[in-house]
Design a protein around this ligand. Structure first.
Ligand code: ADP
Length: 403
């Protein structure tokens, strides 16, 4: 069974092709073909990179504003040229899409119909950057592959079991009636990491209490019990919670009232400040990339040091909150760009939790081993670094719907 996965971001589009047979493997398979389009470097120019399992590679650049056209071009590299992997797009059995917002209606992966498309469009008011992009991906596949079954895998679904105390905001009750509640995000990644953690530990996921720290450009934590998220730091939007690359995370809402009263700030400007010019970038003035913050700290940049200090302070506070929601902890998981690569962030986060018997093995931590336990032998809590594989998780969800 050939499964194509599409994962669309605000200015990127990733895709990969997996081949699965009748038995679902425990561990991720290598994709037969993977491609990525990046629009970030030059206005109106798409940069395409393709790689196959045989290590054939393609790099191309073309003028494009339309995601649909760019996806068509990307799909061409599947069936012709030096990265050709299949003879015809008709060989693809099913297409899975990461869809950021499924609202309250979609609590599990769902076969896409006209109704589901309408719902994804309707939920764009809650996820204005992502849902429209996801919809364009679905339509591009309709154009290129006709009636192939398509599946929406929602980033919010893993958090569908949050208890009301965790998902209802203590504003007026009407907020809840109007869909203003915590949804949580990064669910596909948290779900993959939870299962992989159980696999690494050789235990049943249902018996584990886990905290998953997804630390990438966007950052969120999930408290996981019985295989489901029971608390998470992101909320109504992916802006709440931890300090992130360029997002503020949680701040006193009184600051927003103050700013709106004192100046000519519009909603657009506030959006720009909080989503694109805050976090590590806003405080350091250097970059949203932790590697550059690290370099600036070495050169004595005090604002970069402050940015890192706040990041760690808030990460520890978030882990503490998740710990309280779980009432205990079997394993702490680090994943995504920062979580997988920054020994410093992992060590600083763990240092605060020595009092629960959590103890890092400093040497293992420095080696940044992926999919390994980096806790000291006598630690009361396991500490895992897991390479997140959202695309594999999406392929798995597609497979499960058809078996
Ligand atoms: P996204 O959330 O966009 O999927 P990633 O999970 O790829 O992002 O994480 C990107 C971030 O990971 C970068 O901004 C960078 O700060 C961080 N990162 C990547 N490699 C390292 C590293 N070696 N050390 C510290 N941070 C890193």
């Amino acid at each position: 069974m050939k499964i194509l996965v599409l994962n669309g971001g605000s200015s990127s589009q990733k895709s990969c092709l997996y081949e699965l047979n009748n038995v679902l493997p425990d561990r991720p398979l290598q994709p037969l073909w993977e491609a990525q389009i990046d629009w970030t470097h030059q206005q109106g120019i798409a940069e395409l990179k393709v790689k196959t399992a045989k290590d054939d590679r393609l790099e191309d650049e073309f003028a494009s504003d339309s995601r649909e056209d760019a996806i068509s071009r990307m799909l061409e590299s599947l069936w012709r040229g030096k990265t050709q992997t299949i003879n015809d797009l008709k060989e693809i059995d099913i297409v899975g899409h990461r869809v950021v917002h499924g609202g309250e209606d979609y609590q599990q992966s769902t076969l896409i119909s006209a109704d589901v498309k309408q719902a994804i469009a309707r939920l764009s008011v809650f996820a204005p950057v992502h849902n429209p992009v996801n919809l364009e991906g679905i339509e591009a596949i309709e154009k290129n592959l006709g009636n192939v079954p398509q599946v929406a895998v929602f980033d919010t679904a893993f958090h569908a079991q949050l208890p009301p105390a965790a998902f209802v905001y203590p504003g007026p009750y009407e907020w809840l009636e109007n869909g203003i509640r915590r949804y949580g995000f990064h669910g596909i990644s948290h779900q993959y990491c939870a299962r992989r953690a159980a696999d690494i530990l050789g235990q049943d996921l249902a018996d584990l209490r886990l905290i998953s720290c997804h630390l990438g450009n966007g950052c969120s934590l999930a408290a996981i019990r019985g295989g489901w998220s029971v608390d998470t730091t992101m909320g109504f939007t992916p802006l709440e919670g931890l300090m992130m690359g360029s997002r503020s995370g949680s701040i006193d809402p009184g600051i927003l009232i103050h700013l709106l009263k004192q100046s000519d700030l519009t909603a657009e400007k506030l959006d720009g400040i909080l989503n694109r010019n805050s976090g590590l970038k806003g405080i350091s003035g250097v970059s949203s990339d932790l590697r550059q913050i690290g370099d600036a700290i070495v050169q004595g940049n005090q604002r970069a040091q402050l940015a890192l200090d706040i990041y760690i302070h808030r990460l520890r506070a978030g882990i503490g909150a998740m710990l309280a929601s779980l009432g205990g902890l079997d394993a702490l998981i680090f994943t995504a760009g920062v979580g997988e690569n920054s020994a410093l962030v992992r060590a600083a986060a763990c240092e605060a939790f020595g009092f629960i018997g959590l103890k890092l093995d400093g040497e293992k931590n420095q080696q940044s081993p992926l999919d390994r336990d980096i806790a000291a032998v006598d630690s009361a809590v396991r500490i895992l670094v897991i390479h997140t594989q959202e695309d594999w998780e999406i392929a798995r969800e597609c497979w499960k719907l058809y078996h």
